[in-house]
Write a protein that binds this ligand. Structure first.
Ligand SMILES: [Zn+2]
Length: 150
């Protein structure tokens, strides 16, 4: 079955139903490739594992990419989202003079940049992670309810 997206472009690969996938898998169980098929697969994969057919596997290319990635820190890092949370958390810890690694500083309003003394709360690491897990669960439950009401 050929599938197209809303723009009319082909979608690579077929969408199969789980039942279909299971049947396909079961039909292969216990069967082995013939020598001819093995040869064909081997021919098709030649060079893919080495640098010959795939430059991204070449050591010098890998080294270059890796070095380029190491240079991307702070604002140029792919994970940068307008400010480093860890940095603000460190600021908050310094502010409250928390040095015990088992203690966390929690930002009550959820904004790590708001290091106002009324927005900070010292809690143990366990308490802190529990709190955020419950927060996450509550959000998920709220999102579920919204979907259910539609
Ligand atoms: Zn927190």
């Amino acid at each position: 079955m050929i599938q197209r997206n809303e723009k009319g472009q082909f979608i690579k690969g077929n969408k199969l139903s789980p039942v279909h996938i299971r049947k396909l898998r079961e039909s292969r169980v216990g069967k082995k490739h013939t020598e001819e098929t093995k040869k064909k697969i081997s021919e098709a994969n030649k060079g893919k594992r080495t640098g010959e057919g795939n430059p991204s596997k070449r050591m010098d290319v890998r080294k270059k990419l890796s070095n380029a990635a190491k240079k991307r820190t702070g604002k140029t890092h792919s994970c940068w989202k307008g400010g480093c949370t860890a940095y603000y958390h460190k600021k908050a810890r310094d502010l409250l003079q928390v040095t015990d690694p088992n203690l966390n500083v929690h930002h009550i309003d959820g904004d790590p940049r708001n290091n106002d003394i009324t927005n900070l709360r010292i809690m143990t690491h366990l308490e802190h992670s529990k709190l955020h897990i419950y927060e996450k669960l509550e959000k998920m439950i709220a999102a579920r309810k919204k979907v259910g009401n539609k």
